[in-house]
Design a binder for this molecule. Structure first.
Ligand code: PEP
Length: 251
């Protein structure tokens, strides 16, 4: 089955408003006829960029969201707030949220469940750490992250989820998982989705790879049978690099 690819740039805690507008002005000109392009700026830049890209086929998405609808949660942002400015998709479970901010599989499930139940699309990230890869138990780790995070959702909600396999040892390190390692995991994930849901869902769910995707390796990675695009960190901050990566997915 042909699935439309996604290239999503996670800007993390980078870029002032002026920097964001400057990069956005360049991104508008990227040729992107058959790929869904998304960028995830900081909360403060979501609204201005949402307006900026309104008619330019670049989706502005959030990097995080709280699992509650409102209340005494200082510093947090709700699904309702994101939707009120037209943001309809959020990244949940990034390894930095897990390791630096203590977000557990259970908290992440609550976030995914609340967001999807309230009509928000989710890019759900997961992946093993270096030690787990070296120990050889990475299949179990990935299965557990998925079982708790998304596999208990009902079918109508899993349709709002895009998966992003991001081996932690490849994020921001310049080390990319090799094509065999990537395809092996993506196929494993698609099989898990098939077992839990059905063939239609497993054939249509998009599974992104993230971890040091660059202009020089994007074509090879995006050509893998079960890879449906990428979640891009460092390279999404540089126009020429991001442009090449989008072009590699625009097939
Ligand atoms: C990420 O942080 O999701 C990521 C993939 O980063 P990088 O592309 O820099 O490895």
């Amino acid at each position: 089955m042909k699935r439309k690819k996604i290239v999503a740039g996670n800007w993390k805690m980078n870029m002032t408003l002026d920097d964001s507008i400057e990069l956005s002005n360049a991104l508008i000109n990227i040729n992107k006829s058959n790929v869904d392009v998304m960028i995830a700026p900081s909360f403060t830049n979501l609204y201005p960029l949402k307006k900026h890209f309104d008619t330019h086929q670049i989706d502005v998405i959030a990097q995080n969201v709280n699992q509650n609808s409102k209340g005494a949660f200082t510093g947090e942002v709700s699904v309702e707030m994101l939707k009120s400015i037209g943001v309809n998709c959020v990244i949940i479970g990034h390894s930095e949220r897990r390791s630096l901010f203590g977000e557990t599989d259970q908290i992440l499930f609550e976030k995914v469940n609340y967001a999807t139940s309230n009509d928000m699309n989710v890019i759900f990230c997961f992946g093993e750490e270096l030690q787990q890869r070296q120990n050889g138990n990475y299949f179990d780790i990935i299965q557990q992250q998925l079982e708790i995070g998304v596999l208990s959702l009902p079918s109508e909600l899993i349709k709002k989820v895009t998966l992003a396999y991001e081996p932690v040892w490849a994020i921001g390190t310049g080390v990319t998982a090799n094509p065999d390692q990537i395809q092996e995991i993506h196929q494993f994930i698609r099989n898990l989705i098939h077992q839990r849901f059905d063939e239609t869902i497993s054939n249509s769910i998009r599974i992104l790879y993230g971890g040091s995707v660059k202009s020089t390796n994007a074509v090879e990675i995006f050509n893998l049978a079960d890879v449906d695009g990428g979640l891009i960190g460092g390279a999404s901050l540089k126009f020429a690099d991001f442009q090449s990566i989008v072009e590699a997915a625009d097939v």
